[in-house]
Design a binder for this molecule. Structure first.
Ligand code: GLA
Length: 384
């Protein structure tokens, strides 16, 4: 537990907090942009997390302090409006509004939170904040939400309240996380299963320190180009509803009916979705020698077909894939900067870090951050 949030709570509100809530971040190991195409993602909740100390209060004002930003926001518990505070207040405000729209009467709380998830870097810092606030509000207001409902409501808060048209990956991953489990999420059925994991391999996350901004039109453009392909393909086969339904053979046969851009996007999604199955199978059969190739094809597809890479990512990929102890490397999150991910040999984390740091600095002139991570439990609250 991060005791700063507890001390900060005491300092701000003059009493000890009664409860604690936390939510992990996540990193995707395969399946970029497949979620809104109703495909699969191999995803991992990680032990970089948000931690929040809180108590219900008898006012009608939610007061929430961010230790990272050093700012306090105030939200009206009756209507979810942001009364006072910083830009990040739009997330708790959106969550409160969604819950109120669902018919819940909210009991206000006072809280202070801190986060070890790098902000806006593709590790679901916003989903973790949404899930934490939703769990806190359910606890103080005395209602229960099952995990799937919570994930869908947090996604709605992000889509409607914050205005980012994301899929379900982030919210589902941070809420359903379980220790020791890397999962394969089915984004159509909204179910998941555990994938096997090799004992000697761990996950390292490398932050390019080039922040990623999902508000740009790029993410929405990619979604639209995928949908454009579906419109064309569904005229040929009416059972096609999303790119998940398109086989690579069908794609090859009919790709000339798509615009050049839409064809590249669709090819990436169809192949990337297939790679989630390939990865699962390689892990199940202990074929670790196949991981490098699967990850490499994911990155080159993301760069050349889906076009979500940039100079910083290209430099980071070069640094990661040549580093000591590396097994496989690729992008993470939405792309366009932010974090990338490697599988590495557990006993070589320090050498890997040193090597990536030096090469990336040489290539890009930027100092990067590297985290060796493990799996983590999904969002929960407990008494202090
Ligand atoms: C962001 C979105 C997710 C998903 C990924 C790309 O993280 O929030 O819904 O689309 O990008 O896989």
């Amino acid at each position: 537990m991060n005791y700063d949030v507890i001390n900060k709570f005491r300092e701000l509100y003059g009493t000890a907090p009664e409860k604690y809530a936390t939510s992990p971040g996540r990193v995707d190991l395969m399946g970029s942009h497949t979620d809104y195409n109703h495909g699969f993602v191999v995803t991992m909740p990680i032990n970089l997390e948000i931690e929040c100390a809180f108590s219900a209060n008898d006012s009608e004002i939610i007061s929430l302090y961010s230790c990272n930003m050093d700012t306090l926001v105030k939200i009206d518990a009756k209507n979810g409006d942001l009364i006072e505070g910083a830009n990040w207040g739009k997330y708790p405000s959106a969550v409160a509004k969604i819950l109120i729209n669902e018919g819940h009467k909210l009991k206000a709380f006072s809280g202070s939170f801190g986060s070890s998830i790098p902000i806006g870097s593709g590790l679901s810092s916003s989903a973790a904040l949404e899930a934490t606030v939703m769990a806190v509000l359910a606890e103080t207001s005395g209602f229960k939400l099952d995990k799937l409902r919570m994930a869908l409501l947090c996604q709605k808060a992000e889509n409607v309240g914050v205005g980012v048209n994301c899929g379900i990956l982030d919210q589902y991953s941070v809420i359903f996380g379980e220790p020791h489990k890397v999962i394969k999420l089915d984004c159509r059925k909204l179910t998941h299963k555990q994938v096997s994991w090799p004992k000697d391999i761990m996950v390292a996350i490398c932050n390019t320190n080039k922040p990623r901004q999902l508000h740009g039109s790029e993410y929405d453009d990619r979604r639209a180009q995928c949908e454009e392909a579906v419109v064309v393909f569904s005229k040929i086969d009416s059972s096609i509803d999303k790119l998940r339904d398109v086989s690579i053979d069908f794609f090859q046969k009919h790709k000339d009916k798509l615009s050049a851009e839409s064809a590249k996007r669709a090819q990436f999604i169809i192949e990337e979705n297939n790679r989630t199955h390939e990865l699962e199978e390689a892990l199940r059969n202990g074929k670790t020698d196949r991981l490098k190739g699967i990850f490499e094809r994911s990155y080159t597809g993301a760069r050349d077909l889906f076009e979500i890479s940039n100079d910083a990512m290209e430099h980071m990929y070069a640094a990661m894939s040549t580093a000591t102890g590396v097994v496989a490397s690729r992008q993470a999150g939405a792309g366009f900067g932010g974090c990338m991910v490697s599988l590495i040999y557990k006993d070589q984390l320090e050498e890997f870090k040193k090597s990536v740091h030096t090469t990336y600095l040489e290539l890009s002139g930027i100092e990067c951050e590297i985290f060796g991570v493990s799996t983590a439990r999904g969002t929960f609250t407990e008494d202090l």
